[in-house]
Design a protein around this ligand. Structure first.
Ligand code: KG4
Ligand code: ZN
Length: 373
């Protein structure tokens, strides 16, 4: 492992001897611990939304196991996530997922050095399940407990198994709950450049898909259908693209799609769902590529990290790959499994916090609106 890039290199942004620095409100700054090394085993737990996941990661970067129990089928019949159903499903699935993660990693509880869990943002009932279990494990084993920000964890999906990922970078975090451009200068040193003014990109995908009568979650459905359709069939608006700044808006695009379909229906014309899906997806890709490139120009960094559920989108991956190639920008894109919610990214982020001497108190409560700082 290239340790300088990973932890204490130029990207170190706080004075480790400063006892007043707390990082996040719930974090406690303690002594920087040199023993967190390449062999450290962190158990990651993720239950913020509708995926129950447990993972064992070695040294912050090597995934020994990453068990993901998706609740998609459960919520599918309702066309969206039902928070109470999600929380109950986490209760059932989490302990078996942890057991399975340990078996696959060929480890036992007693081999673990720390437990990291998503503290927020997310659904409160779902977060509570993971946080309670993580605290119990940490307390019983007498090992550190680290509460992790879900958005920061998504950023760390770029470091998993990828030793060439380096700060500083512009990060496009694009998921079902968030869409933002971040200037990440180093571990814990983030400046939010802009974000969505209304719906997150994944939310727009899911809503448009639902309107088109597709299954939940809609993002992957639109992605699949787009391969069969013509992305130039309908020219949907690319809101805010010509404007300065890094904010985006998806409500206008969503309304355009519904208005377009209703007009066709009203006129008795045939509706080509694949063409509409492909044209909608192309509009999202054009918006995100334009704003992301503007952010890269603005920050003058040569590296781009993509992460979050919508980072699994084939159109967005291809669009950014092409744009980055043209401009000699180094692009890092996690594997599809690491784009959507998973516990490996939580363990990796937890390890980075530990290496900076940050633990979380066992009194810390989950925060459904935990901001990225
Ligand atoms: O990161 P994630 O698993 O959960 C949140 O933190 O929100 O993201 C889930 C979102 C959903 O809106 C889903 O429709 C979207 O990611 N998504 C996709 C694709 N795969 C997942 N959107 C577009 N194309 C995909 N291939
Ligand atoms: Zn997520």
């Amino acid at each position: 492992m290239d340790r300088d890039d990973w932890s204490f290199g130029e990207s170190w942004n706080v004075d480790p001897s400063d006892p007043t620095w707390t990082g996040t409100e719930t974090a406690v700054k303690e002594q920087r611990v040199e023993e967190w090394d390449d062999e450290t085993l962190v158990l990651g737990i993720e239950t913020s939304c509708d995926e129950t996941s447990a993972s064992v990661v070695r040294g912050g970067r090597d995934i020994l196991s990453n068990v993901i129990a998706s609740q998609t089928e459960l919520h599918g019949e309702y066309g969206g996530i039902v928070p109470e159903v999600a929380a109950r499903a986490h209760v059932e699935a989490l302990t078996p997922a942890i057991r399975e993660a340990l078996v696959r990693a060929d480890a036992t509880f007693w081999d673990l050095d720390a437990v990291a869990v998503t503290l927020g943002p997310g659904l409160i009932g779902s977060l509570l399940v993971g946080v309670a279990e993580a605290k119990a494990i940490a307390s019983v084993l007498d090992i550190p407990f680290v509460g992790v920000n879900h958005l920061e964890a998504h950023i760390y999906s770029n470091f998993l198994g990828n030793y060439s990922a380096k700060w500083p970078a512009v990060v496009l975090v694009i998921s079902g709950g968030h869409t933002m451009l971040v200037h990440a200068r180093g571990h814990g040193d983030y400046e939010i450049l802009g974000g969505t003014l209304d719906d997150a990109a994944g939310e727009a995908f899911d809503k448009v898909a639902r309107f088109l009568g597709l299954d939940y979650p809609g993002g992957p459905e639109i992605d699949r259908l787009s391969l069969l359709g013509n992305p130039d069939a309908v020219r949907f608006p690319r809101s805010m693209v010509g404007e300065p700044g890094f904010d985006v808006s998806y409500s206008g695009l969503k309304t355009s799609v519904t208005n377009y379909v209703r007009k066709l229906e009203h006129e008795g014309n045939e509706i080509n769902v694949a063409d509409i899906a492909a044209s909608f997806q192309q509009a999202v890709v054009d918006i995100e590529v334009a704003k992301t490139l503007a952010a890269v120009d603005h920050t003058m960094v040569g590296t781009l990290f993509l992460c979050g559920g919508v980072a699994a989108n084939s159109g967005l991956r291809t669009g950014l790959e092409k744009a980055c190639l043209d401009r000699s920008i180094t692009l890092h894109v996690p594997s599809i499994e690491l784009c959507t919610d998973n516990a490996a990214m939580v363990a990796s982020c937890g390890m980075a916090l530990l290496r900076r001497g940050i633990y979380t108190s066992l009194d810390a409560a989950p925060d459904p609106n935990l901001p990225l700082k």
